[in-house]
Design a protein around this ligand. Structure first.
Ligand code: SF4
Length: 644
């Protein structure tokens, strides 16, 4: 079928769910018009039936609709039977999913026991040794034939037993064969899954779910979009399991997940989600539920949409990142990193202490400002009053009626609505902010305003569908070739940090937006600040802290991941821009840590192997010496800094 080269969802301008085929998974079907399902994975040793059952029950009670359990070998696959029976005895019929890497025989056994198996096409009967092998077409085809022979028994078993299958590609664990032909790309991820899909289809098996996970939300979003594009081209509609792998813990993990998963859900993609946090699995469920609930409302038409005209020309490539070109105004737009603006309109008379929450600490002894790595660039104080000397890196935005009384005050800038701006004779000579809402401007107005090269637009939407209305505004301005910088303001009515992360992050992933504005709301100023910087970090548009890629852990995990991650974080969280992966096992970890600078990987009980990029540098060190060894390694590379 011929479809538009950039098409990946039903509509960019009105919410519409991509209709997938229904796949039966026990009593809880997935895809089609079924609700978007929430799931998670156990972290216990699969051979420990009691611990696994108890953890599964905690997950189910928290709302997990499927429970995934690792089955690294035949023993664990066999023990799934015990786990299933015990759960049934305790009254839990929740479908179980066996997670398989490298072991076809375990998959073939598990497929006879549980409702679904998950295989990774990067390592199911394929090689992952980080070798660069040149394949001729014939050699490539011969490899595919070998994989077909190895994979066919599992497909036949699934067909016979009515077991569903997820073909789950992970960026970073693509096979050497796929890497040699497609590189480490979204296209490689998609092709890796489709090769296995074609084998299933040749055998008349269609109970397939697909996933394209990555720890980098940008790669993840592009891969899922490309997958749907390719499915649309070939008349396929398999359900999608969405997830950002190794998202980490706490706020960072939640923001990364909301940016990746939320972005796709907003475009109507996704039939089940798993939020992967380095926390106990039951804590993943409320996060997943909050992301899904927004769409339940959308599907039930509780949320109404702006009327937006579809576009003839889409000015961004959804499969490749390109930043929108803008002409800089002071430090906003052009080649500047996106700015952060924090709304502090709930304070009337400011003192220096009020700026601590946005990253500025005044030391009265030295009469100096200490500026953190996450200090915002501007604060918006509305009609407030601020009478002390501000730090040199901070700008103040005030309502234009206040600004008129201080037009020459250094680093004070006015904010207007379009009408106010056009009707006023008083404008800043350096920087003017103007709110623009997709539904509330005319082309003539924009034409007049665009002559002023000091203008920065603030894309503001009252629609519950912020992404489509703000994106449409940006598309229109791009199609008219306007180059003013544009800041994305998260909705005043959005009190969920997850929704803010989705609404701002989604546009940034498409190269749209020169900054984030967090308005005053029920979330405190400090959290708003860290969320804004977290979104910029998750979209890799502005790096302000260390990046942690930590696996959620599972039955293969060889050390206490949560405790170790906390320990590593406490020693390294000042190393801005350094990416550290903390992975539970050697089998999967090195493959899945993707683009980390350093890897800390469990190799055996009490043993850790350290990586620099993809290369082993210290093998099997004692766990209690490993964090120090990691820090020594960073020091050897000359990028260590002592904590301030
Ligand atoms: S990397 Fe972590 S989550 Fe993945 S298989 Fe290993 S221990 Fe399990």
């Amino acid at each position: 079928m011929t479809i538009d080269k950039f098409k990946y969802c039903n509509s960019l301008t009105s919410y519409s769910r991509f209709l997938t085929r229904e796949v039966k998974i026990g009593d809880i079907p997935l895809g089609g018009s079924n609700p978007i399902r929430v799931q998670s994975m156990t972290t216990t040793d699969t051979m420990n039936t009691k611990a696994t059952v108890e953890q599964a029950i905690r997950m189910i009670d928290a709302g997990s609709e499927y429970v995934r359990i690792t089955a690294p070998s035949l023993n664990e696959a066999q023990n799934l039977k015990e786990i299933k029976q015990e759960l049934l005895m305790r009254g839990y019929k929740t479908p179980l999913i066996a997670d398989i890497h490298f072991t076809p025989n375990a998959a073939e056994l598990a497929a006879r026991i549980v409702e679904k198996v998950r295989i990774n096409p990067g390592n199911y009967a394929d090689r992952k040794k980080f070798e660069n092998i040149e394949y001729t077409d014939d050699a490539y085809d011969a490899e595919l034939e070998r994989i077909r022979n190895r994979f066919t028994p599992l497909v036949k078993i699934c067909k016979e037993y009515g077991t569903a299958m997820r073909i789950g590609t992970n960026h970073g664990s693509l096979s050497d064969r796929i890497m040699s032909r497609y590189g480490d790309t979204p296209l490689g991820m998609v092709e890796s899954a489709l090769e296995f899909v074609r084998i299933c289809e040749d055998l008349g098996y269609y109970d397939i779910v697909l996933s394209m996970k990555a720890s980098n939300p940008l790669v993840m979003v592009q891969a899922y979009r490309l997958l749907v594009h390719k499915m649309m081209e070939t008349d396929r509609n398999y359900p999608l399991h969405l997830g950002v792998t190794e998202a980490g813990e706490g706020e960072d993990g939640r923001i990364k997940s909301a940016v990746g998963i939320g972005t796709l859900l907003e475009d109507g993609l996704g039939d089940t989600i798993r939020v992967s946090l380095t926390e106990d699995p039951e804590f993943e469920i409320p996060v997943a539920r909050e992301l899904v609930d927004r769409h339940t409302d959308r599907l039930n038409s509780k949320a109404t949409h702006y009327q937006i005209k579809p576009f003839n020309h889409i000015p961004v490539n959804p499969f490749e990142y390109t930043k929108r070109i803008s002409e800089p105004v002071l430090n906003i737009g052009g080649h500047n990193v996106p700015v952060v603006i924090n709304g502090l309109t709930d304070i009337e008379d400011f003192t220096p202490a009020d700026l601590v929450s946005v990253g500025y600490y005044y030391d009265s002894k030295t009469d100096k400002w200490n500026i953190s790595d996450q200090a915002c660039d501007y604060i918006y104080i509305g009609n407030g009053s601020l009478e002390f000397e501000i730090p040199g890196t901070l700008g103040i935005i005030v309502n234009h009626s206040i600004w008129r009384n201080h037009p020459d005050r250094e680093k004070w800038y006015p904010l207007y609505f379009i009408d106010d701006y056009l009707n006023s004779e008083h404008h800043s000579k350096t920087l003017n902010f103007i709110f623009v809402d997709y539904s509330g401007y005319s082309k003539q107005e924009i034409r007049k305003i665009a002559k002023d090269k000091t203008v920065v637009f603030v894309a503001m939407s009252q629609s519950p569908f912020q992404i489509s209305s703000n994106r449409s505004l940006l598309f229109e301005l791009m199609n008219e070739n306007y180059k003013m910088p544009i800041i994305i303001i998260s909705a005043g009515n959005s009190h969920s940090l997850l929704y803010v992360a989705t609404d701002c992050g989604s546009l940034l992933l498409d190269g749209l937006g020169d900054g984030i504005w967090m308005p005053t709301n029920s979330i405190n100023a400090n959290q708003r600040n860290s969320t804004a910087f977290g979104i910029l970090q998750a979209t890799r548009t502005r790096i302000s802290k260390t990046e942690y890629i930590s696996c959620p852990s599972c039955g293969r995990t060889l050390f206490d991941l949560q405790e170790t991650t906390a320990k590593i974080r406490s020693r390294t969280d000042h190393l801005k821009g350094v990416k550290i992966a903390i992975m539970g096992c050697i089998v999967n970890g090195p493959g899945e840590m993707a683009d980390a600078d350093y890897g800390y990987v469990g190799t055996g009980i009490g043993k850790i192997t350290l990586y620099r990029g993809k290369n082993v540098v210290k093998r099997s060190i004692e766990a209690d010496l490993a964090v120090d060894a990691l820090i020594d390694l960073i020091k050897e590379d000359g990028i260590w800094l002592e904590k301030a």
